[in-house]
Ligand binder design. Structure first.
Ligand SMILES: [Zn+2]
Length: 251
């Protein structure tokens, strides 16, 4: 039996049978993996309090020949983000991050950038919520996460040139095509469906991918622009996933 070990974050948990769990993790060393936790709901000693979202753990697991699922063997807590779990808005926010991670991060494809993005976003959000931040700061964490998530998956929108004819998008005035994944000049816009995106929204999304998490508190963003950015990015995510995301639905 070859036991593997890695730092990890829970992406989703699903009950299976009476006592078993199917847990999807993003790991530092093996990318996204699905683990079968045998008897986890009864085996309190091994897993109690360690199968929570917003927690960095070290997991040990092994793979069996002929099985696509890894078998979860042991979990140790490394870092907890308790403020996030206590704050409903922050919790909803990370639910979105995890839903898109589950849908769009490929399995068993090591991506340390995505792992670090989750960790840095959790750390920053936990700290902000612990200091009673406003809802706008939570939304800016979402914006930071999604912008960088797209970048690290290689599907960040192209704002710099027309995606169809390569004409330069000077001053960011071009319309945008979700299906083409980028800006479209006035001429080419006659041939594809486009949406308009404000110059400010593009500026802010670009800033998010060129900074660390300290940008979140430094940058002041009007609520209207913030929602503009988030709606736009959500459209891109839905396009790549092929469906809309439950956690993004407005209540
Ligand atoms: Zn063009």
């Amino acid at each position: 039996m070859n036991v593997l070990s890695s730092k990890s974050f829970i992406v989703s948990i699903k009950k299976m049978n009476e006592a078993d769990l199917l847990i999807v993790y993003v790991t530092e060393d093996y990318g996204k993996i699905a683990c079968f936790a045998n008897n986890a709901r009864k085996s309190r000693k091994r897993f109690l309090g360690k199968l929570e979202p917003a927690m960095l753990t070290n997991i040990k697991f092994y793979e069996k020949a002929g099985m696509s699922l890894a078998i979860l063997y042991e979990v140790d807590s490394i870092e907890e983000y308790k403020n996030i779990r206590k704050n409903i808005d922050a919790y909803i926010s990370i639910s979105k991050m995890l839903e898109i991670t589950k849908a769009l991060v490929p399995e068993k494809d090591k991506n340390v950038m995505i792992f670090n993005l989750l960790r840095n976003t959790y750390l920053s959000l936990d700290n902000a919520v612990g200091n009673n931040c406003g809802e706008d700061i939570i939304l800016k964490h979402e914006l930071y996460f999604i912008s960088n998530f797209l970048k690290y998956l290689g599907i960040f929108p192209n704002f710099t040139t027309c995606t169809l004819c390569s004409q330069k998008n000077i001053d960011n005035y071009f319309a945008f095509s979700i299906a083409k994944g980028g800006a479209v000049c006035n001429n080419c816009a006659k041939t594809v469906k486009t949406i308009n995106l404000s110059v400010n929204a593009i500026k802010i999304i670009n800033l998010m991918v060129n900074s660390n998490t300290s940008i979140i508190s430094k940058l002041s963003v009007k609520e209207l622009v913030l929602n503009d950015c988030l709606n736009f990015l959500e459209n891109i995510l839905s396009f790549y996933a092929g469906n809309s995301f439950k956690s993004f639905q407005k209540i």
